[in-house]
Design a protein around this ligand. Structure first.
Ligand SMILES: [Zn+2]
Ligand SMILES: [Zn+2]
Length: 177
């Protein structure tokens, strides 16, 4: 359900690998992230956010994260914080996957956070340590889209190399559960 990427710079040889997207066990991963967030393991800001917004949600999709200012590139869960819009009724949650019916586990999917009207972005999950700018998330979907959009150089991404600024290429791609 997720995609593994190795991005590579053809100019200087810089390389970064990550499993992006959400896995088969996403509902469980969501619960673990919320628990860690409430316990303060994901930083003070998230702990405080979840205390002040008991029905707040976190985007736990695995992404690449890049600083728009200095180009620093990292990987990890997005961790953007979202608040629920009070006038949108809570809807019945379907099961995550027919093969993994975690019926008793509540979760909020990244798609629900970004594509529906139920949630509003409250704060970005990552701030560049050097520049203090919010880090931009680069998702599996975005990498896939740029891959299918272009006629030539299909594996060239729009992610710049943190070392030399050249655009990175997809050197390897695979699936993960
Ligand atoms: Zn920066
Ligand atoms: Zn480079």
């Amino acid at each position: 359900m997720g995609t593994g990427y190795t991005l590579q710079c053809r100019k200087c040889g810089y390389e970064i690998s990550a499993d992006l997207g959400v896995g088969f066990f996403f509902p469980r991963a969501y619960q673990q992230a919320m628990k860690a967030g409430r316990a303060g393991k994901l930083g003070k800001k998230i702990k405080q956010f979840l205390r002040e917004h008991p029905d707040g949600a976190l985007d736990v999709e695995n992404v690449f994260l890049q600083c728009p200012e200095c180009g620093m590139l990292e990987k990890g869960p997005d961790l953007s914080m979202y608040v629920r819009n009070p006038d949108v009724p809570r809807r019945e949650k379907g099961i995550w996957s027919v093969a993994a019916p975690f019926e008793d586990v509540d979760y909020v999917s990244p798609m629900e956070l970004k594509e529906e009207q139920t949630y509003t972005l409250y704060a970005p999950g990552h701030i560049c340590e050097k520049c203090g700018k919010p880090m931009k998330s680069i998702t599996d979907n975005e990498l896939m889209r740029s891959r299918f959009d272009k006629e030539k150089e299909t594996d060239r991404t729009e992610v710049s190399c943190p070392e030399c600024g050249d655009l990175l290429w997809i050197a390897e791609i695979g699936m993960w559960d």
